[in-house]
Design a protein around this ligand. Structure first.
Ligand code: FAD
Ligand code: UQ1
Length: 437
Protein backbone atom coordinates (compact mmCIF):
# COMPACT_ATOMS: atom_id res chain seq x y z
CA UNK A 1 0.00 0.00 0.00
CA UNK A 2 2.79 2.38 1.05
CA UNK A 3 4.66 1.40 -2.11
CA UNK A 4 1.57 2.17 -4.28
CA UNK A 5 1.06 5.58 -2.64
CA UNK A 6 4.75 6.35 -3.05
CA UNK A 7 4.64 5.41 -6.73
CA UNK A 8 1.55 7.57 -7.34
CA UNK A 9 3.23 10.52 -5.60
CA UNK A 10 6.38 10.01 -7.64
CA UNK A 11 4.41 9.97 -10.92
CA UNK A 12 2.53 13.14 -9.84
CA UNK A 13 5.81 14.84 -8.93
CA UNK A 14 7.44 13.96 -12.25
CA UNK A 15 4.34 15.15 -14.15
CA UNK A 16 4.15 18.47 -12.29
CA UNK A 17 7.89 19.00 -12.52
CA UNK A 18 8.08 18.34 -16.24
CA UNK A 19 4.92 20.36 -16.82
CA UNK A 20 6.32 23.30 -14.83
CA UNK A 21 9.48 23.08 -16.92
CA UNK A 22 7.33 23.14 -20.02
CA UNK A 23 8.24 19.65 -21.18
CA UNK A 24 4.62 18.57 -21.70
CA UNK A 25 2.87 20.40 -24.46
CA UNK A 26 -0.89 20.54 -24.09
CA UNK A 27 -3.16 20.89 -27.09
CA UNK A 28 -6.52 22.70 -27.29
CA UNK A 29 -8.74 23.26 -30.27
CA UNK A 30 -9.21 26.94 -29.42
CA UNK A 31 -6.92 28.94 -27.17
CA UNK A 32 -8.02 32.40 -26.05
CA UNK A 33 -5.23 34.67 -24.74
CA UNK A 34 -6.75 37.12 -22.25
CA UNK A 35 -9.98 36.78 -20.27
CA UNK A 36 -11.09 40.41 -20.07
CA UNK A 37 -14.07 41.86 -21.92
CA UNK A 38 -13.08 40.42 -25.30
CA UNK A 39 -11.69 37.09 -24.09
CA UNK A 40 -14.63 36.38 -21.84
CA UNK A 41 -17.34 37.22 -24.35
CA UNK A 42 -15.71 35.37 -27.21
CA UNK A 43 -14.95 32.24 -25.19
CA UNK A 44 -18.54 32.11 -23.98
CA UNK A 45 -19.74 32.28 -27.59
CA UNK A 46 -17.15 29.70 -28.66
CA UNK A 47 -18.07 27.27 -25.86
CA UNK A 48 -21.73 27.52 -26.76
CA UNK A 49 -21.13 27.02 -30.47
CA UNK A 50 -18.31 24.48 -30.42
CA UNK A 51 -19.25 22.55 -27.29
CA UNK A 52 -17.47 21.76 -24.03
CA UNK A 53 -13.81 20.74 -23.99
CA UNK A 54 -12.84 22.88 -26.95
CA UNK A 55 -11.78 26.19 -25.42
CA UNK A 56 -8.93 27.13 -23.08
CA UNK A 57 -8.48 30.66 -21.72
CA UNK A 58 -5.19 32.12 -20.46
CA UNK A 59 -5.81 34.86 -17.90
CA UNK A 60 -3.52 35.68 -14.97
CA UNK A 61 -5.81 38.07 -13.09
CA UNK A 62 -7.82 36.64 -10.18
CA UNK A 63 -10.52 39.20 -10.95
CA UNK A 64 -12.37 40.35 -14.03
CA UNK A 65 -13.20 44.08 -14.09
CA UNK A 66 -16.04 45.93 -15.77
CA UNK A 67 -13.74 48.86 -16.45
CA UNK A 68 -16.43 51.03 -18.02
CA UNK A 69 -17.83 51.41 -14.51
CA UNK A 70 -14.61 52.99 -13.23
CA UNK A 71 -15.75 56.46 -14.36
CA UNK A 72 -18.65 56.08 -11.94
CA UNK A 73 -16.41 54.58 -9.23
CA UNK A 74 -14.14 57.63 -9.55
CA UNK A 75 -17.20 59.87 -9.26
CA UNK A 76 -18.45 58.09 -6.12
CA UNK A 77 -21.59 56.79 -7.89
CA UNK A 78 -20.60 53.10 -7.82
CA UNK A 79 -18.21 51.11 -5.63
CA UNK A 80 -15.18 49.16 -6.76
CA UNK A 81 -16.91 45.94 -5.61
CA UNK A 82 -19.67 46.50 -8.13
CA UNK A 83 -17.15 46.56 -10.98
CA UNK A 84 -15.47 43.23 -10.25
CA UNK A 85 -16.07 39.50 -10.12
CA UNK A 86 -13.77 36.49 -9.76
CA UNK A 87 -12.37 35.51 -13.19
CA UNK A 88 -13.17 31.85 -12.55
CA UNK A 89 -16.81 32.79 -11.92
CA UNK A 90 -17.28 34.87 -15.03
CA UNK A 91 -15.62 32.54 -17.53
CA UNK A 92 -17.85 29.82 -18.97
CA UNK A 93 -17.63 26.67 -16.85
CA UNK A 94 -16.62 24.31 -19.68
CA UNK A 95 -13.51 26.41 -20.44
CA UNK A 96 -10.15 25.29 -19.15
CA UNK A 97 -8.57 28.27 -17.35
CA UNK A 98 -4.80 28.77 -17.18
CA UNK A 99 -4.03 31.37 -14.50
CA UNK A 100 -0.89 32.49 -16.27
CA UNK A 101 0.47 35.16 -18.57
CA UNK A 102 1.34 34.41 -22.17
CA UNK A 103 5.07 35.11 -22.39
CA UNK A 104 5.62 34.25 -26.04
CA UNK A 105 3.69 33.71 -29.26
CA UNK A 106 5.09 31.17 -31.74
CA UNK A 107 2.53 31.39 -34.54
CA UNK A 108 4.63 29.34 -36.99
CA UNK A 109 4.37 26.39 -34.56
CA UNK A 110 0.74 27.12 -33.52
CA UNK A 111 2.03 27.53 -30.00
CA UNK A 112 2.00 29.94 -27.08
CA UNK A 113 4.40 29.73 -24.14
CA UNK A 114 3.19 30.64 -20.67
CA UNK A 115 5.17 32.41 -17.94
CA UNK A 116 5.70 29.09 -16.10
CA UNK A 117 7.24 27.52 -19.21
CA UNK A 118 4.11 25.54 -20.10
CA UNK A 119 3.58 25.27 -23.85
CA UNK A 120 0.11 25.20 -25.36
CA UNK A 121 -0.57 24.32 -28.97
CA UNK A 122 -3.79 25.15 -30.73
CA UNK A 123 -5.77 24.74 -33.92
CA UNK A 124 -7.13 28.28 -33.54
CA UNK A 125 -5.91 31.19 -31.45
CA UNK A 126 -7.85 34.25 -30.31
CA UNK A 127 -5.79 37.16 -28.96
CA UNK A 128 -7.60 39.48 -26.53
CA UNK A 129 -4.82 40.88 -24.34
CA UNK A 130 -6.13 44.43 -24.00
CA UNK A 131 -3.63 47.26 -23.83
CA UNK A 132 -0.85 48.16 -21.45
CA UNK A 133 -0.87 51.26 -19.27
CA UNK A 134 2.59 52.77 -18.78
CA UNK A 135 2.68 55.20 -15.82
CA UNK A 136 6.47 54.65 -15.62
CA UNK A 137 6.83 56.57 -18.89
CA UNK A 138 6.05 59.85 -17.06
CA UNK A 139 8.80 60.95 -14.65
CA UNK A 140 7.60 60.84 -11.06
CA UNK A 141 4.08 59.64 -11.87
CA UNK A 142 4.36 56.20 -10.24
CA UNK A 143 5.69 57.84 -7.09
CA UNK A 144 2.94 60.48 -7.14
CA UNK A 145 0.19 57.90 -7.66
CA UNK A 146 1.55 55.89 -4.75
CA UNK A 147 2.21 58.73 -2.34
CA UNK A 148 0.11 61.80 -3.14
CA UNK A 149 -3.58 61.48 -2.23
CA UNK A 150 -4.34 64.34 -4.66
CA UNK A 151 -3.01 62.40 -7.68
CA UNK A 152 -5.37 59.79 -9.09
CA UNK A 153 -6.33 57.93 -12.26
CA UNK A 154 -9.52 56.11 -13.24
CA UNK A 155 -7.68 53.78 -15.65
CA UNK A 156 -6.09 51.36 -13.14
CA UNK A 157 -7.63 49.25 -10.40
CA UNK A 158 -5.24 50.51 -7.70
CA UNK A 159 -5.63 54.18 -8.55
CA UNK A 160 -9.31 54.52 -9.46
CA UNK A 161 -10.12 54.04 -5.77
CA UNK A 162 -8.13 57.22 -5.02
CA UNK A 163 -10.23 59.41 -7.30
CA UNK A 164 -13.39 60.03 -5.27
CA UNK A 165 -11.52 60.72 -1.97
CA UNK A 166 -9.26 63.12 -3.93
CA UNK A 167 -12.32 64.92 -5.34
CA UNK A 168 -13.85 65.14 -1.86
CA UNK A 169 -10.64 66.44 -0.29
CA UNK A 170 -9.99 69.15 -2.89
CA UNK A 171 -10.45 72.52 -1.24
CA UNK A 172 -9.65 74.78 -4.21
CA UNK A 173 -6.70 75.76 -6.39
CA UNK A 174 -5.64 74.13 -9.67
CA UNK A 175 -7.35 70.89 -10.71
CA UNK A 176 -5.67 69.39 -13.76
CA UNK A 177 -7.01 66.59 -16.01
CA UNK A 178 -4.69 65.13 -18.67
CA UNK A 179 -4.81 63.13 -21.92
CA UNK A 180 -1.59 61.42 -23.12
CA UNK A 181 -0.03 61.46 -26.57
CA UNK A 182 -0.78 57.78 -27.39
CA UNK A 183 -3.84 55.75 -28.32
CA UNK A 184 -5.94 55.14 -25.19
CA UNK A 185 -8.97 53.06 -24.34
CA UNK A 186 -12.25 54.93 -24.02
CA UNK A 187 -11.03 58.25 -25.34
CA UNK A 188 -13.79 60.11 -23.50
CA UNK A 189 -12.96 58.83 -20.01
CA UNK A 190 -10.37 61.55 -19.16
CA UNK A 191 -13.03 64.25 -19.55
CA UNK A 192 -16.00 62.34 -18.09
CA UNK A 193 -14.41 62.39 -14.63
CA UNK A 194 -13.65 66.10 -15.04
CA UNK A 195 -17.34 66.88 -15.54
CA UNK A 196 -18.28 64.85 -12.47
CA UNK A 197 -15.61 66.59 -10.38
CA UNK A 198 -16.78 70.00 -11.62
CA UNK A 199 -20.34 69.29 -10.51
CA UNK A 200 -19.21 67.88 -7.17
CA UNK A 201 -17.09 70.97 -6.47
CA UNK A 202 -19.94 73.30 -7.49
CA UNK A 203 -22.28 71.53 -5.09
CA UNK A 204 -19.74 71.74 -2.28
CA UNK A 205 -18.81 75.42 -2.58
CA UNK A 206 -15.31 74.75 -3.89
CA UNK A 207 -15.70 75.56 -7.56
CA UNK A 208 -15.43 79.36 -7.22
CA UNK A 209 -12.09 78.89 -5.43
CA UNK A 210 -10.69 76.70 -8.17
CA UNK A 211 -9.54 76.57 -11.73
CA UNK A 212 -10.09 73.46 -13.86
CA UNK A 213 -7.56 72.80 -16.63
CA UNK A 214 -8.00 70.15 -19.31
CA UNK A 215 -4.49 69.60 -20.71
CA UNK A 216 -4.84 67.31 -23.68
CA UNK A 217 -2.31 66.04 -26.23
CA UNK A 218 -5.00 66.15 -28.88
CA UNK A 219 -5.99 69.16 -30.96
CA UNK A 220 -9.73 68.54 -30.61
CA UNK A 221 -11.90 67.87 -27.59
CA UNK A 222 -13.39 64.73 -29.24
CA UNK A 223 -12.70 63.02 -32.56
CA UNK A 224 -16.26 63.15 -33.90
CA UNK A 225 -17.36 66.69 -34.88
CA UNK A 226 -21.03 66.19 -33.97
CA UNK A 227 -20.16 65.49 -30.32
CA UNK A 228 -17.12 67.79 -30.24
CA UNK A 229 -19.33 70.80 -31.01
CA UNK A 230 -21.53 70.02 -28.02
CA UNK A 231 -18.59 69.29 -25.70
CA UNK A 232 -16.97 72.62 -26.63
CA UNK A 233 -20.15 74.38 -25.46
CA UNK A 234 -20.10 72.35 -22.25
CA UNK A 235 -16.51 73.21 -21.28
CA UNK A 236 -17.30 76.87 -21.96
CA UNK A 237 -20.45 76.72 -19.81
CA UNK A 238 -18.54 75.00 -17.02
CA UNK A 239 -15.68 77.52 -17.23
CA UNK A 240 -13.07 74.84 -17.90
CA UNK A 241 -9.83 75.97 -19.53
CA UNK A 242 -8.83 73.61 -22.36
CA UNK A 243 -5.14 73.58 -23.34
CA UNK A 244 -4.63 71.57 -26.52
CA UNK A 245 -1.41 69.77 -27.52
CA UNK A 246 -0.05 69.50 -23.95
CA UNK A 247 1.52 66.16 -22.98
CA UNK A 248 2.31 65.38 -19.32
CA UNK A 249 6.04 64.60 -18.99
CA UNK A 250 6.73 64.76 -15.25
CA UNK A 251 5.13 65.08 -11.85
CA UNK A 252 6.88 66.29 -8.72
CA UNK A 253 4.47 65.45 -5.93
CA UNK A 254 6.64 66.98 -3.22
CA UNK A 255 6.54 70.40 -4.89
CA UNK A 256 3.07 69.71 -6.38
CA UNK A 257 4.20 70.46 -9.91
CA UNK A 258 3.06 68.93 -13.21
CA UNK A 259 5.14 69.58 -16.32
CA UNK A 260 3.80 69.35 -19.86
CA UNK A 261 5.50 69.38 -23.24
CA UNK A 262 3.85 71.72 -25.71
CA UNK A 263 3.70 69.40 -28.68
CA UNK A 264 3.65 72.04 -31.41
CA UNK A 265 6.29 74.38 -29.95
CA UNK A 266 8.99 72.22 -28.38
CA UNK A 267 8.39 74.10 -25.19
CA UNK A 268 7.63 73.05 -21.61
CA UNK A 269 5.07 74.44 -19.18
CA UNK A 270 4.95 73.72 -15.46
CA UNK A 271 1.76 74.10 -13.42
CA UNK A 272 1.09 73.93 -9.72
CA UNK A 273 -1.56 71.35 -9.02
CA UNK A 274 -3.84 70.81 -6.05
CA UNK A 275 -5.63 67.90 -7.75
CA UNK A 276 -4.30 65.86 -10.67
CA UNK A 277 -6.17 63.22 -12.67
CA UNK A 278 -3.28 61.87 -14.75
CA UNK A 279 -3.89 59.47 -17.64
CA UNK A 280 -0.63 57.63 -18.43
CA UNK A 281 0.60 56.79 -21.94
CA UNK A 282 -0.69 53.44 -23.22
CA UNK A 283 0.67 50.90 -25.70
CA UNK A 284 0.24 47.38 -27.02
CA UNK A 285 1.20 44.79 -24.36
CA UNK A 286 4.97 44.07 -24.23
CA UNK A 287 4.41 40.42 -25.16
CA UNK A 288 3.03 41.60 -28.51
CA UNK A 289 5.22 44.69 -28.93
CA UNK A 290 8.40 42.68 -28.36
CA UNK A 291 7.27 39.77 -30.52
CA UNK A 292 9.65 39.00 -33.36
CA UNK A 293 6.98 37.14 -35.33
CA UNK A 294 4.80 38.77 -37.93
CA UNK A 295 1.71 38.79 -35.74
CA UNK A 296 2.05 42.51 -35.00
CA UNK A 297 2.19 45.68 -37.07
CA UNK A 298 4.95 48.29 -36.76
CA UNK A 299 3.24 49.80 -33.71
CA UNK A 300 3.17 46.43 -31.90
CA UNK A 301 -0.61 45.98 -32.25
CA UNK A 302 -2.07 42.63 -33.40
CA UNK A 303 -2.40 42.90 -37.17
CA UNK A 304 -5.96 41.89 -38.05
CA UNK A 305 -8.36 42.44 -40.92
CA UNK A 306 -10.67 45.20 -39.67
CA UNK A 307 -13.74 43.67 -41.32
CA UNK A 308 -13.40 40.06 -40.14
CA UNK A 309 -11.05 40.09 -37.09
CA UNK A 310 -8.97 37.40 -38.79
CA UNK A 311 -5.21 37.87 -38.67
CA UNK A 312 -3.70 39.24 -41.86
CA UNK A 313 -0.84 36.69 -42.00
CA UNK A 314 -2.07 33.66 -40.02
CA UNK A 315 -5.46 32.36 -41.07
CA UNK A 316 -5.98 30.44 -37.78
CA UNK A 317 -5.38 33.49 -35.57
CA UNK A 318 -8.05 36.05 -34.69
CA UNK A 319 -8.06 39.06 -32.42
CA UNK A 320 -10.36 41.61 -30.90
CA UNK A 321 -10.44 44.56 -28.57
CA UNK A 322 -7.82 47.00 -27.41
CA UNK A 323 -4.75 44.94 -28.44
CA UNK A 324 -5.59 45.04 -32.15
CA UNK A 325 -4.91 47.60 -34.86
CA UNK A 326 -8.59 47.83 -35.84
CA UNK A 327 -8.89 51.57 -36.55
CA UNK A 328 -11.76 52.40 -34.26
CA UNK A 329 -11.98 53.86 -30.77
CA UNK A 330 -10.94 51.19 -28.23
CA UNK A 331 -14.07 50.44 -26.18
CA UNK A 332 -16.11 47.58 -24.75
CA UNK A 333 -18.90 48.70 -27.05
CA UNK A 334 -16.61 48.00 -30.02
CA UNK A 335 -15.72 44.59 -28.55
CA UNK A 336 -19.45 43.76 -28.41
CA UNK A 337 -19.72 43.99 -32.19
CA UNK A 338 -16.30 42.45 -32.77
CA UNK A 339 -16.83 39.27 -30.73
CA UNK A 340 -19.82 38.26 -32.81
CA UNK A 341 -18.00 38.92 -36.08
CA UNK A 342 -14.91 37.09 -34.79
CA UNK A 343 -16.76 33.93 -33.90
CA UNK A 344 -18.49 33.93 -37.24
CA UNK A 345 -15.12 34.22 -39.00
CA UNK A 346 -13.66 31.45 -36.83
CA UNK A 347 -16.53 29.10 -37.72
CA UNK A 348 -16.20 29.94 -41.39
CA UNK A 349 -12.47 29.10 -41.32
CA UNK A 350 -13.27 25.83 -39.51
CA UNK A 351 -15.66 25.02 -42.35
CA UNK A 352 -12.95 25.73 -44.93
CA UNK A 353 -14.56 29.01 -46.00
CA UNK A 354 -13.16 32.51 -46.32
CA UNK A 355 -14.55 34.89 -43.68
CA UNK A 356 -16.98 37.37 -45.18
CA UNK A 357 -17.74 39.51 -42.09
CA UNK A 358 -18.12 43.25 -42.46
CA UNK A 359 -17.47 45.03 -39.17
CA UNK A 360 -18.39 48.67 -39.67
CA UNK A 361 -16.21 50.02 -36.83
CA UNK A 362 -19.18 50.55 -34.47
CA UNK A 363 -18.00 51.97 -31.17
CA UNK A 364 -19.68 53.98 -28.45
CA UNK A 365 -18.74 56.37 -25.70
CA UNK A 366 -21.27 57.40 -23.07
CA UNK A 367 -19.89 60.87 -22.31
CA UNK A 368 -21.04 61.46 -18.76
CA UNK A 369 -21.26 65.24 -18.38
CA UNK A 370 -22.53 65.40 -14.78
CA UNK A 371 -24.27 63.43 -12.02
CA UNK A 372 -27.45 63.12 -14.09
CA UNK A 373 -26.49 63.89 -17.68
CA UNK A 374 -24.80 62.04 -20.51
CA UNK A 375 -24.22 62.33 -24.26
CA UNK A 376 -24.28 58.91 -25.92
CA UNK A 377 -21.72 59.10 -28.73
CA UNK A 378 -21.92 56.20 -31.20
CA UNK A 379 -19.96 56.17 -34.44
CA UNK A 380 -18.22 54.07 -37.10
CA UNK A 381 -14.73 53.76 -38.67
CA UNK A 382 -15.12 57.14 -40.37
CA UNK A 383 -16.38 58.99 -37.31
CA UNK A 384 -19.86 59.00 -38.82
CA UNK A 385 -22.55 58.91 -36.09
CA UNK A 386 -24.35 55.53 -35.86
CA UNK A 387 -26.97 56.33 -33.26
CA UNK A 388 -29.22 53.70 -31.72
CA UNK A 389 -32.09 55.90 -30.62
CA UNK A 390 -34.30 58.10 -32.84
CA UNK A 391 -33.33 61.30 -30.98
CA UNK A 392 -30.42 63.75 -31.20
CA UNK A 393 -27.86 61.85 -29.10
CA UNK A 394 -25.43 64.77 -29.00
CA UNK A 395 -27.77 66.43 -26.45
CA UNK A 396 -27.05 65.92 -22.77
CA UNK A 397 -29.79 63.66 -21.44
CA UNK A 398 -30.86 62.27 -18.11
CA UNK A 399 -32.14 59.10 -19.82
CA UNK A 400 -28.67 58.36 -21.24
CA UNK A 401 -27.09 58.87 -17.82
CA UNK A 402 -29.39 56.23 -16.31
CA UNK A 403 -28.73 53.97 -19.26
CA UNK A 404 -25.00 54.21 -18.51
CA UNK A 405 -25.45 53.85 -14.75
CA UNK A 406 -28.23 51.25 -14.50
CA UNK A 407 -28.83 49.57 -17.87
CA UNK A 408 -25.29 49.07 -19.20
CA UNK A 409 -24.09 47.08 -16.13
CA UNK A 410 -27.07 44.74 -16.55
CA UNK A 411 -26.24 44.28 -20.22
CA UNK A 412 -22.58 43.70 -19.34
CA UNK A 413 -23.04 41.12 -16.59
CA UNK A 414 -26.17 39.35 -17.85
CA UNK A 415 -25.51 39.33 -21.60
CA UNK A 416 -22.13 40.62 -22.72
CA UNK A 417 -19.73 38.45 -20.71
CA UNK A 418 -21.97 35.47 -21.43
CA UNK A 419 -21.44 35.97 -25.15
CA UNK A 420 -25.05 37.01 -25.72
CA UNK A 421 -24.57 40.70 -26.62
CA UNK A 422 -23.54 41.66 -30.11
CA UNK A 423 -24.15 45.39 -29.69
CA UNK A 424 -27.17 47.68 -29.90
CA UNK A 425 -28.13 46.59 -33.42
CA UNK A 426 -29.63 43.55 -31.69
CA UNK A 427 -31.50 45.80 -29.26
CA UNK A 428 -32.85 47.83 -32.18
CA UNK A 429 -33.92 44.66 -33.92
CA UNK A 430 -35.76 43.50 -30.80
CA UNK A 431 -37.39 46.90 -30.16
CA UNK A 432 -38.19 48.01 -33.70
CA UNK A 433 -37.74 45.12 -36.13
CA UNK A 434 -39.30 47.20 -38.92
CA UNK A 435 -36.47 49.80 -38.59
CA UNK A 436 -33.52 47.39 -38.76
CA UNK A 437 -32.15 46.27 -42.07
P1 FAD B 1 -9.45 44.00 -21.31
O1 FAD B 1 -10.87 43.96 -20.94
O2 FAD B 1 -8.56 45.01 -20.66
O3 FAD B 1 -8.85 42.53 -21.09
C1 FAD B 1 -7.52 42.17 -21.35
C2 FAD B 1 -7.19 40.97 -20.49
O4 FAD B 1 -5.95 40.41 -20.90
C3 FAD B 1 -7.04 41.33 -19.02
O5 FAD B 1 -7.91 40.56 -18.25
C4 FAD B 1 -5.58 41.04 -18.70
O6 FAD B 1 -5.37 40.55 -17.39
C5 FAD B 1 -5.24 40.00 -19.74
N1 FAD B 1 -3.80 39.96 -20.07
C6 FAD B 1 -2.95 40.99 -20.22
N2 FAD B 1 -1.72 40.53 -20.54
C7 FAD B 1 -1.81 39.18 -20.60
C8 FAD B 1 -0.87 38.15 -20.91
N3 FAD B 1 0.40 38.39 -21.21
N4 FAD B 1 -1.33 36.87 -20.91
C9 FAD B 1 -2.64 36.58 -20.65
N5 FAD B 1 -3.55 37.53 -20.34
C10 FAD B 1 -3.14 38.81 -20.32
N6 FAD B 1 -15.72 51.07 -22.94
C11 FAD B 1 -17.02 51.31 -23.32
O7 FAD B 1 -17.53 50.69 -24.25
N7 FAD B 1 -17.79 52.25 -22.69
C12 FAD B 1 -17.31 52.97 -21.65
O8 FAD B 1 -18.03 53.79 -21.09
C13 FAD B 1 -15.96 52.74 -21.23
N8 FAD B 1 -15.44 53.46 -20.21
C14 FAD B 1 -14.18 53.16 -19.76
C15 FAD B 1 -13.69 53.86 -18.66
C16 FAD B 1 -12.44 53.55 -18.13
C17 FAD B 1 -11.93 54.36 -16.95
C18 FAD B 1 -11.68 52.49 -18.69
C19 FAD B 1 -10.36 52.10 -18.08
C20 FAD B 1 -12.15 51.80 -19.80
C21 FAD B 1 -13.40 52.14 -20.35
N9 FAD B 1 -13.90 51.48 -21.47
C22 FAD B 1 -15.19 51.75 -21.91
C23 FAD B 1 -13.01 50.63 -22.29
C24 FAD B 1 -13.19 49.13 -22.09
O9 FAD B 1 -13.08 48.79 -20.73
C25 FAD B 1 -12.11 48.40 -22.90
O10 FAD B 1 -12.08 48.89 -24.21
C26 FAD B 1 -12.41 46.89 -22.93
O11 FAD B 1 -12.30 46.36 -21.63
C27 FAD B 1 -11.46 46.19 -23.89
O12 FAD B 1 -11.57 44.80 -23.79
P2 FAD B 1 -10.28 43.87 -24.05
O13 FAD B 1 -10.74 42.47 -23.89
O14 FAD B 1 -9.63 44.27 -25.30
O15 FAD B 1 -9.26 44.24 -22.88
C1 UQ1 C 1 -22.33 48.85 -25.39
O1 UQ1 C 1 -22.79 47.96 -26.10
C2 UQ1 C 1 -21.35 48.55 -24.41
O2 UQ1 C 1 -21.00 47.27 -24.23
C3 UQ1 C 1 -21.78 46.55 -23.35
C4 UQ1 C 1 -20.79 49.54 -23.64
O3 UQ1 C 1 -19.80 49.22 -22.78
C5 UQ1 C 1 -20.04 49.02 -21.50
C6 UQ1 C 1 -21.22 50.89 -23.76
O4 UQ1 C 1 -20.72 51.76 -23.04
C7 UQ1 C 1 -22.23 51.20 -24.73
C8 UQ1 C 1 -22.70 52.62 -24.83
C9 UQ1 C 1 -22.77 50.21 -25.53
C10 UQ1 C 1 -23.82 50.51 -26.56
C11 UQ1 C 1 -25.17 50.05 -26.08
C12 UQ1 C 1 -26.33 50.67 -26.29
C13 UQ1 C 1 -27.57 50.07 -25.71
C14 UQ1 C 1 -26.48 51.94 -27.00
Amino acid sequence: MAFRTGRVLLIKFVRNYSSARGNDTIHHKVVVAGGGTGGCSVSARACRTLGPGTVAVIEPSEKHYYQSMWTLVGGGIKTMDQSEIKTAEVLPKPCKLYKNRVSEFQPDRNMVVLDNGQKLTYDYLVVALGLQINPDKVDGLVDALENDPAVCCNYMKDTVIKTYPAIQNFKGGNAIFTVPNTPIKCGGAPQKIMYLADEYWRNHGVRDKSQILFNTSLDVIFGVPKYATRLSEIVKRKDIQVNFRRNLTSVDHVKKLATFKQLDHDNEETYNYDFLHAVPPMSAPDVLKNSTSSIVDEGGWLDVNKLTMQHKNFSNIFGLGDCTNVPTSKTAAAVASQNKILLNSLCQVMDGKIPDGKYDGYTACPLVTGYSSCILAEFDFDGKPMETFPIDQSKERRSMFYMKKDVMPQIYWKLFVKGKWGGPKELRKAMCPWLSK
